[in-house]
Design a protein around this ligand. Structure first.
Ligand SMILES: NC(=O)c1ccc[n+]([C@@H]2O[C@H](COP(=O)([O-])OP(=O)(O)OC[C@H]3O[C@@H](n4cnc5c(N)ncnc54)[C@H](OP(=O)(O)O)[C@@H]3O)[C@@H](O)[C@H]2O)c1
Length: 289
């Protein structure tokens, strides 16, 4: 089974490359493929004919997406289309990475987890562009797995975001007298190592469709921060604040918890609680023993 990973040096991409069979792996970084340019996508798959393409590439700095919608739609929607067309042409399976941010734009904030059967209503440009990318994938590539994940953390750190939330909080907690963190955005943090493991199992099947894949349990950024600091043994006080106090460019979902319903139906939902995954991450990064 030959597998190509687009965004191979990213946070999820690097964990995927670790968990997939290295002998049959094509690792594509941004210097080797530009998904917004069709010829670049075609060239990349001219010689190497993968059975499976995993597209993790995205423009996902949410406030920057709001400021530059053209770039956002070019990468997240048209880029997804280009990859989907090539996958279909080659008869390859396609794993396309998407996000919980396709949800959360309703007037009445949701209070129960979203399943794959819920109709997405994005709250911001990033979410709209990822939903447009999903639509291209569904229409253009028959053997697709659309994987919606949430609040990713991985040892490589997010390439597009320049690190991840955990590392930022640990650094700030050591520098500042107190941390002020949003308490009205609720989601399921997800370890890229666990997500990569689940994708590795999924691609061996023909269970095509949309999959929500997150670690178990929910929290706000405030609660997530409290647990990060507790596990790391840091005593810096954490003050809960509201999203309105941050004055961010892009509106964020107040609640974007995903239910791994499709995995449950298949008896494949053994994702562990985010607290366990977080502890594992902190050990792997050398923050705790
Ligand atoms: N991070 C999260 O919290 C989160 C949450 C939910 C869903 N997701 C989704 O999960 C996926 C992976 O996220 P991640 O955190 O692993 O992202 P990441 O670390 O930023 O990795 C993305 C990779 O894609 C590459 N890339 C970006 N634009 C590209 C383009 N136009 N052509 C080719 N390659 C390009 C990046 O390279 P360069 O950095 O060198 O440009 C990077 O290697 C994304 O689709 C994202 O939308 C992420």
């Amino acid at each position: 089974m030959k597998v190509a990973v687009i965004g191979a040096n990213g946070q999820l991409g690097s964990d995927l490359c670790k968990q997939l069979d290295a002998a049959d792996l094509m690792s594509l970084t941004h210097s080797g493929i530009e998904i917004t340019i069709m010829d670049s996508v075609k060239d990349s798959f001219q010689k190497y004919r993968p059975d499976i393409i995993i597209n993790t590439a995205a423009f996902h700095r949410v406030d920057d997406c709001e400021a530059d919608p053209d770039k956002t739609f070019r990468v997240n929607a048209l880029g997804a289309r280009n990859v989907a067309l090539i996958a279909q042409e080659r008869g390859a399976k396609l794993v396309h990475l998407s996000t919980d941010y396709v949800f959360g734009g309703e007037d009445e904030p949701r209070t129960t987890p979203y399943t794959e059967l819920d109709i997405p209503v994005p709250a911001n440009t990033y979410g709209k562009s990822k939903l447009a990318g999903e639509d291209f994938v569904r229409q253009l590539c028959s053997k697709h797995f659309i994987v919606r994940a949430s609040a990713l953390f991985g040892v490589a750190g997010s390439s597009g975001k320049g690190g991840n939330f955990i590392e930022t909080m640990l650094k700030l907690a050591r520098e500042r007298d107190e941390l002020r963190v949003v308490n009205d955005q609720v989601f399921s943090p997800t370890y890229t190592k666990d997500l990569a493991g689940k994708i590795a199992r999924l691609i061996a099947t023909e269970y095509y469709g949309i999959f929500h894949i997150t670690n178990k349990g929910i929290c706000s950024w405030y609660e997530f921060t409290k647990e990060i600091l507790r596990l790391a043994g840091l005593k810096t006080p954490v003050i809960p604040i509201t999203s309105d106090q941050l004055n961010q460019k892009a509106r964020r979902p107040r609640y974007s918890v995903l239910d791994n319903y499709h995995l449950q139906l298949l008896g494949m939902d053994d994702m562990r609680p985010w607290q366990e995954a977080l502890k594992d991450y902190l050990i792997e990064k050398g923050h705790i023993t």
